[in-house]
Ligand binder design. Structure first.
Ligand code: ZN
Length: 232
């Protein structure tokens, strides 16, 4: 499944947050919808992410919708880049050393139980596209709350593999939740490249049937209760 939330916060047009994610869902549909693949492509657009992941929580709670769901690619803000030294910030407690202080990479945050979802982004990444920074998260260990702030978290809670694909939101974009989150403030080449990465990874995953789950997979039923967080 490829998905994004379509709501925004009051007073913000929501170009990066999250019209960019919606555009990438629509572009994925346009490019891949006409090709038969071993695995079925599902698309979803969630409402009310900003008030507490309401749409994705409702979706993930419905067993009939998740029974055959092999994995989810969730986009939340994929259209902003910054190219000067120090313009990229990181949340505290990150399990890796950040490789750069410039905000020109695409972050892919996944659970360790479904590494093939993360790997698909690296396999399908020619050098002219934005660099992918991936973060495999062990769900049973302590989590930094910033890594749970979008629609992928309800799927992790359910034990369904999911990745959040993002430009890192407020850790890079000064227009985050502001009136200035407009079309003009987006980095269009970055958005195009990020969307291409999503389409490539999705195409690769659709062509390989079978389980996307590896040994470390486990649902984390109390994830959102134990790690209180604010939605992106
Ligand atoms: Zn937001």
């Amino acid at each position: 499944m490829v998905a994004a939330h379509y709501d925004t916060v009051e007073r913000s047009p929501g170009a990066d947050d999250n019209a960019t994610g919606v555009a990438a869902v629509l572009e994925t549909a346009r490019l891949l919808g006409q090709f038969p693949t071993p695995r079925t492509l599902k698309l979803a657009l969630f409402d009310l992410e900003e008030v507490g992941l309401v749409g994705s929580l409702a979706y993930a709670a419905d067993d009939s919708l998740t029974a055959n769901l092999a994995g989810a690619i969730i986009m939340d803000m994929i259209g902003f880049a910054c190219h000067t030294e120090g313009c990229q910030q990181y949340p505290a407690g990150l399990p890796i050393s950040p490789p750069t202080d410039r905000g020109d990479f695409l972050a892919v945050i996944g659970d360790r139980g479904h590494m093939s979802l993360i790997d698909a982004f690296h396999q399908a990444a020619p050098s002219e596209l934005p660099q992918v920074l991936s973060l495999p998260i062990p769900l049973l260990g302590p989590l930094t709350p910033d890594l749970l702030r979008s629609d992928h978290a309800p799927f992790w809670q359910k034990g369904v593999g999911a990745v959040m694909v993002t430009d890192t939101a407020n850790f890079r974009n000064p227009n985050y939740h502001q009136a200035t989150d407009t079309l003009e403030s987006l980095d269009r080449p970055f958005l195009t490249g990020a969307t291409q990465l999503v389409v490539n990874a999705t195409a690769a995953l659709l062509s390989t049937p079978g389980s996307l789950t590896n040994d470390a997979a486990a649902p984390a039923p109390n994830l959102l209760e134990e790690t209180p967080t604010t939605p992106l």
